[in-house]
Design a protein around this ligand. Sequence first.
Ligand code: VGL
Ligand code: ZN
Length: 209
Amino acid sequence: MRAFLLIDIQNDFLPGGSLAVPDGDKVIPLVNQLQPGFDLVVATQDWHPQNHKSFASNHTNKNAFDVIDLNGIQQVLWPDHCVQNTPGADLSEELQTELIRTIIRKGTNPEIDSYSGFYDNGHLQTTGLADFLREHEVQEIYIAGLAGDYCVYFTAIDALEAGFNTYLIEDACRPLSPENFELAKQEIIAKGGKIIQSQDIITTTPTKV
Ligand code: VGL
Ligand code: ZN
């Protein structure tokens, strides 16, 4: 079975949001078009309490994008984003949701960030996503969404480590930093993942002769 993971397609990561990914909205028509081609569609949702320690606002004398040590793990400090039950945390209204089987919420523990859809950044706690996918006999995972160099990247690495055949749909992702996304893609390839384009999986109807 082939699963499609839609990573954090939420208002705060879209143009006008508090942690907007450049051209983040461009992925939406593509992922909408791709969804019916999969056996299972799962979405993730960054879902932080207001006191989350990945927010610069919860530290004194720190700015957004500073890097700190948070409980032994390097942590980039972000602007407040995807606060639980706020419009910024909602999935985009442009995103088709009828085919989404389940939504994995992550980043709820204020003491640790959670980029991957599978685990927090310390790999201390699972979200249950790997078990859910295995229960549905998923072997192939296709990943798209935001941000390409953070949550998409960490989800892909964990998918590979969990033993799934992993495909990153490059044109259905957008990164915060193109340079970091290049490095991320190289690491995904080095770990056995594949970088593909949406064209590679859209099954085109044969044209009439
Ligand atoms: C993300 C930074 C902080 C992401 C989430 O979805 O890539 N990035 N929280
Ligand atoms: Zn976050």
